[in-house]
Design a protein around this ligand. Structure first.
Ligand code: GLP
Length: 259
């Protein structure tokens, strides 16, 4: 794992946006895997700025979001689809049909999961998968469990995950859906490059486990240790529980990521 530690969220966001923008400039038909959450908001804002500054053309770009709540109408302000259009897609020239989401309103949930995996496969797989991390170590909505799923699947959200998402529902956890659709570990781990982002003290324990602990289904992000091209960008707070930083010569602490 290539580890980069930044002084604060905004330097991290700029570096992450530069990395994504560089890939977009080089590969006009890039296939992105994208997350929602608080962490990528600044990254998307910086990416919108990079897009305007260097006229990045998104017309050939395809994007697959990691997850979506079940039972939340598409137009609901807290749907992940609404989030992505608000923070990113409305501000770049991606084609509407190229911005894909698992459909949390699908009548046939199993069929929708198969459709989504087939769509990712037909696009040639994910070139660059951007990830956040849950405080419990989840990626997408792959929650800690006895077993993880490879394919897109239906998830019952953990109570702490629902609580962490309550902010999108005016703080009312009872409004947070109990279920979601999430891509599985296969489409994440088969992505050709992974970029994991984490900020804040509340992610420090999950990050320490994911990077320095054993690989376990109890901390899904730990499987990223198996990826051959994974970059991790952290702010100081999220990196605060790492113990092997000094011993890790490959960790370019304080150095911004190369574009
Ligand atoms: C959510 C999403 C994840 C996201 C994570 C962290 O529940 N399903 O894809 O990475 O939790 O979110 P945040 O960045 O708001 O902490």
């Amino acid at each position: 794992m290539n580890l980069h530690i930044f002084d604060n969220e905004s330097t991290l966001a700029r570096a992450a946006a530069r990395l994504i923008a560089a890939r977009l400039r080089d590969e006009p038909r890039l296939v992105l895997g994208l997350p929602t959450g608080r962490t990528p908001i600044d990254v998307y804002a910086q990416l919108v700025a990079e897009t305007a500054a260097s006229r990045i053309d998104w017309s050939g770009v395809r994007s697959f979001n990691l997850d979506e709540f079940i039972g939340l109408p598409r137009e609901h302000a807290a749907s992940y689809r609404s989030f992505m259009w608000r923070h990113l897609f409305d501000h770049v020239n991606i084609r509407h049909e190229h911005a894909q989401f698992p459909d949390g309103m699908a009548a046939d949930v199993e069929g929708e999961c198969r459709r989504y995996d087939a769509a990712i496969r037909d696009a040639g797989g994910i070139d660059l998968q951007v990830l956040g991390i849950g405080g419990n170590g989840h990626v997408g909505f792959n929650e800690p469990a006895e077993e993880l799923q490879a394919a897109t699947h239906r998830v019952t959200l953990h109570a702490d995950t629902r609580a962490a998402n309550a902010g999108w529902f005016a703080g009312d956890v009872s409004q947070v859906p109990t279920e979601a659709l999430s891509v599985g570990m296969a489409s994440i781990l088969m992505a050709r490059q992974v970029l994991l982002l984490a900020t804040g003290e509340e992610k420090a324990e999950a990050i320490a486990g994911a990077i320095e602990g054993g690989i376990t289904t109890r901390l899904p992000a730990s499987f990223l240790q198996l990826h051959s091209n994974a970059t991790v960008m952290l702010d100081r707070a999220a990196a605060s529980r790492l113990t092997r930083l000094e011993a890790a010569p490959a960790a370019p602490a304080d150095r911004p990521a190369a574009p």
